[in-house]
Structures are given as C-alpha cells and as structure tokens.
Design a protein around this ligand. Structure first.
Ligand code: ADP
Ligand code: MG
Length: 267
C-alpha cells in the first residue's frame, strides 16, 4: 500500500508559455484526497493546458506539480498513470472499430502485454465488463464504438481512464482522474448522467479534477470550484462562495447568475 498524503495534488507556480501566449501564468492550488473539484473559466483560459501539464502531454515552462508529495515533472504520461494519474480529453478519444469492451480491454491496468496471437477478448473480460457497467454501458458492451451516440463515447472514455488506474478502495493506492470537459457536446439529460457517474467515481475515493462550461455540471456536482482566467486563478472556494464572487460574476458567470435557482431547476 502506498503512503497517502492528505494533500493529494499540489500545483505550485505553474507557468506555460507558447511562444508569446501565456497559457498559464503562475497557477497555485491544492486538492485534498477524494475531493471533486471543477476548474472553470472562459475559452482559452488555460484549462486544457493545465491538464496537459498535470498528465504529462505538455512540459511546463516553470512551476511544480506534486502528486502524493512526489514531483510528476519529467515523467511521461504512462509513468504518471502508473502512479495513479489519468485523464480524458475534451474530444472523446476512443477506438471506433472496436467494441466497448475491447476499448476497455486495450487499456486495462495490470494486464499482461498483448502478443499478436493473443485474443483481446480474453483479456480480463470480467473486469472490463465491470467498468462498462459502472459507466452505464452494460447494454452496449458488445457494440462497435462507431455506432455509439456521443454521450456513450464520453462515458466509455471515462471508463477507459478508470481502467488505467488502481482499482477502487484504499488497498489499491490513490488515484487522480482529470476530466477535460466530460460533458462537452452532451444534452442536459446526458450531462446529468455523466455528472452522476463523476460523483460516483469520486465517492469511491478517487480525487477528481474536471473542467466544464455548463454550470449545471458544476454547481451541485463539485465540492469546490477553481476559476481560471487568462492563465491565472481568480477564485478558489466552495461553490456557493465562488457563485457570489464579484469578480467571477462580472467576468465570467454574469450578474444574473443564480446558483440557487439553477439547483432548484435541476431538482
Ligand atoms: P481552455 O482549455 O481553457 O479553453 P487552452 O489551455 O486550450 O484553454 O488554451 C490556453 C491558451 O493557450 C490559448 O490562447 C490557446 O490558444 C493556447 N494554446 C493551447 N495549446 C497550445 C499549443 N499547443 N500551442 C500554442 N498555443 C496553445
Ligand atoms: Mg480546453
């Protein structure tokens, strides 16, 4: 069993410049183990870049990223995943020609490497089905991904990210799931299903950080909200506090934003 730090994730002075663009301009935040945190902000604020620095697709210009007290910088994405850090992408990345189960079987943690003569279908089928069921895909387990509606693809992508992480429960070690717009392109009802799945994953002890544009997928879902604008965090707090923050209302949510009304409407 690995040592657990109460501060699962620590992001310190994170900077990422692309030529002249300051995508991240000194970002600091910490996430305690098991918290479900929404990272919100306008297009171009730096949310996806932040995820890429955490998961290893981008190398930060400066700053530090600590997971369980250990620096992730310099480690390739696969090594971060072994340490319990996985992500999904803004646009779902799945293998269209394979079935739902096969997509999960391809990326299962701890599975033996596949040789050309091995049957993918024989790789931990029970564990793969369990993940499909968790993502609400039990009826589509044998469907070809190309035939799935987009909402199902997004849930499959989440199941695939989970497949690469330690199993749920303390004995498997801590994990961090980074979800870049998990509900992007989904209609309200599908979005609610997706966010219920995100909450369920968090309730199993997985630390979750996700980005989102739809406020119905933020308020009532996240334990805490971070607001990023032009590469800087302008708010970090409980959802009700962030909803009342004058700067956040003026620059992002809008003065008419009514958190209570939104939550009542969703009920
Ligand atoms: P968000 O996800 O909040 O919409 P991004 O992180 O995608 O924001 O982008 C932040 C800024 O960084 C934008 O100005 C974007 O154009 C720029 N950017 C992001 N990725 C790259 C890249 N690979 N090369 C150059 N500029 C980039
Ligand atoms: Mg983005």
């Amino acid at each position: 069993m690995s040592v657990k730090s109460p501060l699962a994730l620590q992001v310190q002075g994170l900077v990422k410049h692309f030529d002249g663009v300051r995508a991240l301009d000194g970002v600091d935040f910490e996430v305690p183990a098991g918290q479900c945190v929404a990272l919100i902000g306008p297009n171009g604020a730096g949310k996806s870049t932040c995820f890429a620095c955490l998961a290893g697709q981008q190398v930060p210009t400066a700053g530090q990223v600590l997971w369980q007290g250990q620096s992730l910088l310099g480690k390739p994405p696969a090594e971060r995943q072994r340490l319990g850090v996985a992500r999904t992408f803004q646009v779902a990345q799945t293998f269209e020609a394979l079935t739902v189960l096969q997509n999960i079987q391809l990326v299962l943690r701890g599975a033996a490497p596949l040789a050309w003569w091995d049957r993918l279908d024989h790789r931990q089928p029970e564990r793969a089905l369990q993940l499909a069921v968790q993502a609400g895909l039990q009826d589509q387990a044998l469907a070809t991904v190309a035939d799935l509606p987009y909402g199902a693809k997004k849930r499959l992508e989440l199941a695939m990210a989970l497949a690469g992480l330690p199993g749920p429960g303390a004995e498997h070690g801590p994990s961090l799931l980074l979800l870049d717009e998990p509900a992007a392109g989904l209609a309200l009802a599908e979005r609610a299903d997706m966010m219920a799945l995100v909450r369920q994953v968090a309730s199993q002890g997985v630390t979750v950080l996700y980005t989102e544009h739809n406020m119905d997928a933020v308020f009532g879902v996240a334990d805490r909200v971070l607001v990023l604008m032009q590469g800087r965090l302008v708010a970090d707090g409980l959802p009700e506090a962030v909803a009342q923050d004058p700067q956040v209302r003026e620059r992002y949510l809008g003065q008419e934003f009514d958190m209570k009304g939104l939550l009542d409407a969703l009920r």
